[in-house]
Structures are given as structure tokens and as C-alpha cells.
Design a protein around this ligand. Structure first.
Ligand code: FE2
Ligand code: FE2
Length: 190
């Protein structure tokens, strides 16, 4: 269990839902990228056997979220767009160390903090939405996301000492607070 070091103001969510179509398109991209991120661990670290099954499960779950948001996009007549680089995610990835083990630990920790931020922001969107169908979808997705932030840290405990994990977690929580405040409020998850 850990807490983010910068709390998103509710004004962010009020701003984000002003253009619900843009938010849904960005959200769909986030779910798809989360699934791809889970699978990239499996591909890059096939010898870390403890992560294989949980992260395939994770990727499937994120892909299901992608499918749910995509179905909604289609019903709204929206078409998925080309990927925009995610500045927030890139700022965090820049801080990941080189070296096989260092990189593995940092990537797990970065995944945990990104999941934590996603959970926080989907929760805020749930709070401010009025449309009952959208609100129910976002509530379901927030609950599902809430399990993900601890998953990556739990996986790290199979390979790293608790002190090493908490040291990097503290580092990335500071970096994450900087990164999330560096991106402007817009109709996007971050
Ligand atoms: Fe998700
Ligand atoms: Fe997630």
C-alpha cells in the first residue's frame, strides 16, 4: 500500500469531462497501452517466472477494459486515433535506470505508480459524471484498476529486497508528483 504524493484536484475531473469524446478516446489508448505494457514484461523478462502468469492475467484484464471502452466509442460514432506520445509516461520512463536488474525493478515501480494515478483519476471522473451508464462503467473500471498498483510491487518482492523496492518507490513517487503536475489539465487521463 502506498499513496501518491500529489493529489489531483477535483477541478481536473470537471475539466476532463467537458469533452467526453476526447476523454474516452484517450482512456481507450491508456487501456491498450496498459495491456501492451503487461505483455512487454512477459516478452522482455521470460526467465522471471513469477511474473508470467500474473502479468498475462493483467494484460487480459486491461485488454478487456480496452474492449469495453472501444464498444462505447463505436456506439458514439468515434474512431480510434493515432497514438499521441504520452508526456507524463515518458517523463517517468526517462528516469528508469539502465542495467538489467535495475531496469526491471524501476519498470515494475513505474508501472505501480502509473496504475495508482490511473485509479485516482478514474475515481475522480466517476465522482463528477452524471450520465448513469458512463458513471457505472467508470466505477467498475476504477475498482478493477485499484488492484493493479499493488500487483507490480508484489511481483517485485519475488526478486528484490524490501528496502530496495521502497527506496525506488519513494524516488518514483517524487518523480511522479513532478510529472503529473507538468502536464496541463485536458480531456485525457494524464
Ligand atoms: Fe484498465
Ligand atoms: Fe490498470
Amino acid at each position: 500500500m502506498f499513496s501518491l504524493r500529489h493529489k489531483t484536484p477535483l477541478a481536473w475531473a470537471h475539466n476532463a469531462i467537458l469533452d467526453m469524446d476526447a476523454l474516452l478516446l484517450d482512456h481507450a489508448a491508456c487501456e491498450r497501452k496498459a495491456a501492451a505494457m503487461g505483455m512487454s514484461f512477459v516478452v522482455k523478462y521470460p526467465d522471471r517466472l513469477e511474473i508470467i502468469d500474473p502479468l498475462i492475467h493483467f494484460a487480459r484484464e486491461e485488454l478487456e477494459h480496452f474492449q469495453q471502452v472501444c464498444r462505447l466509442l463505436v456506439r458514439r460514432g468515434l474512431v480510434l486515433d493515432h497514438d499521441e506520445p504520452d508526456r507524463y509516461v515518458n517523463l517517468l520512463h526517462k528516469k528508469v535506470r539502465t542495467g538489467r536488474d535495475e531496469r526491471f525493478l524501476d519498470r515494475l515501480v513505474v508501472a505501480a505508480v502509473i496504475e495508482a494515478r490511473g485509479t485516482e483519476r478514474l475515481g475522480l471522473v466517476t465522482d463528477v459524471l452524471e450520465d448513469p451508464e458512463l458513471k457505472a462503467l467508470y466505477r467498475r473500471l476504477t475498482r478493477a484498476e485499484d488492484r493493479h498498483k499493488d500487483l507490480f510491487l508484489d511481483l517485485a518482492t519475488h526478486y528484490f529486497e524490501p528496502a530496495a523496492i521502497s527506496d525506488r518507490l519513494s524516488y518514483f513517487l517524487d518523480e511522479e508528483a513532478i510529472a503529473i503536475q507538468a502536464v496541463p489539465f485536458r480531456s485525457a487521463i494524464h
